[in-house]
Design a protein around this ligand. Structure first.
Ligand code: SAM
Length: 283
C-alpha cells in the first residue's frame, strides 16, 4: 500500500461508513489522523468514529446552520497552509449533507480540494437494486408531507432514468402509497434499508405489492432507507395524443381505412393499432 502524504493547504472530502465501520478506507483513516483539523457535522458523533480507530485529532463543527460562517474561517486556515478534512455523520459529505458551499468557496479561491472516496447510501443501494444504472438521477430526500411528495413524484412521472431517493422508513407506507397514486401500482420499486448493518434488507416489487408487504411487517418501518424507482418506460402500443389528433382530422375527410393508413404513415405507427380508435370515432 502507498504511504499517504498529506498536502498542506488541502481540503480533503472524506467519506465515512454508512453503518459498518469496516467500510472505512485505509486512506480515510490516514487522512483523519494526519490533517490539522477535522470539520464535521456533529463533533460528538465524529469523536465516536475517531475513538473506534484510536485517532486523536481536533474537530470543528460545520453543519447546515453555520456552513456560510465557517467557510471563510476554514478557507483562511487552508491559505495559511493547514490541511483540513471534511466529514459528515455518515457516507459521502455533500450528498444530502453539508459541504457544497464550502467546496465552492474553496474552489473559487483556487484552493486544492481532494476526494477520499468511500461509502454512499445512494450508490450502495443502486449497486444492489437490479435496476438500470447506465443512467440514473439522484433526487435527494422526498418531501415529508404527502401533498408535496405527490407533486415531486408527478413531476418525475415520465423520467426515463432510474430514480434514487432518500426517505425515512417510518413514512415508507405513505410514500409507496403516493407512488401508486402518481406513477401507478405497476411501477417497480426497490427499498434498500439499513445497508451494511445487522438488519440490512433489500426488497423489490411493483409499488402495489410493496405497499402490501410494508403493511404486513412493521420492522420494515425502522432505521434508514434508500428508495429506488424504475424509470418511466413508454408503452410501445400506446398511441400518442398527436397521432389521435391527426386521425381525427383525416376521418373528417375520408373513410377510416384510408385515414388510418395515412396517419400511420405520417407518424410511423402500425395502422392496425389505429383501426379500433378510428371506428370508435366514427360511431
Ligand atoms: N451523505 C450520506 C451518503 O453519502 O449516503 C447521506 C446522508 S443523508 C443525511 C442520510 C440518508 O441517507 C438517510 O436518511 C437514508 O435515506 C440514507 N442512508 C444513510 N445510511 C443508510 C443505510 N445504512 N442504509 C440505507 N439508507 C441509508
Amino acid at each position: 500500500m502507498n504511504e499517504i502524504s498529506i498536502d498542506k493547504g488541502t481540503l480533503y472530502i472524506v467519506a465515512t461508513p454508512i453503518g459498518n465501520l469496516g467500510d472505512i478506507s485505509a486512506r480515510a483513516l490516514e487522512v483523519l489522523a494526519q490533517v490539522d483539523i477535522i470539520a464535521c457535522e456533529d463533533t460528538r458523533h465524529t469523536q465516536k468514529l475517531l475513538s473506534a480507530f484510536a485517532i486523536k485529532n481536533k474537530t470543528l463543527s460545520m453543519h447546515d446552520h453555520n456552513e456560510r460562517q465557517r467557510q471563510d474561517y476554514i478557507a483562511t486556515l487552508l491559505q495559511e497552509g493547514k490541511s483540513i478534512a471534511l466529514v459528515s455523520d455518515a457516507g459521502t459529505p455533500l450528498i444530502s449533507d453539508p459541504g457544497f458551499h464550502l467546496v465552492r468557496h474553496c474552489r473559487s479561491l483556487g484552493l486544492c480540494v481532494s476526494p477520499i472516496p468511500g461509502a454512499c447510501a445512494a450508490i450502495s443501494a443502486l449497486s444492489v437494486a437490479g435496476l438500470p444504472t447506465d443512467r440514473f438521477s439522484f433526487e435527494g430526500f422526498l418531501p415529508a408531507k404527502s401533498g408535496a411528495r405527490q407533486s415531486t413524484l408527478l413531476a418525475l412521472a415520465e423520467e426515463p432514468r432510474t430514480m434514487v431517493f432518500y426517505d425515512a422508513p417510518r413514512r415508507a407506507i405513505d410514500t409507496v402509497n403516493d407512488i401508486v397514486t402518481t406513477l401507478g401500482g405497476n411501477r417497480y420499486v426497490v427499498i434498500a434499508r439499513e445497508l451494511t448493518k445487522t438488519f440490512e434488507t433489500v426488497h423489490s416489487d411493483n409499488a402495489e405489492n410493496l405497499h402490501a408487504w410494508l403493511e404486513k411487517d412493521p420492522n420494515q418501518l425502522k432505521g434508514e432507507m434508500v428508495l429506488i424507482i424504475e424509470g418511466y418506460q413508454a408503452d410501445p402500443d400506446e398511441i400518442s395524443a398527436e397521432v389521435i389528433n391527426t386521425l381525427k382530422l383525416l376521418l373528417g375527410e375520408m373513410k377510416p381505412k384510408k385515414a388510418c393508413a395515412i396517419a400511420a404513415e405520417i407518424h410511423g405507427v402500425k395502422k392496425n393499432a389505429l383501426y379500433d380508435i378510428a371506428l370508435s370515432f366514427k360511431k
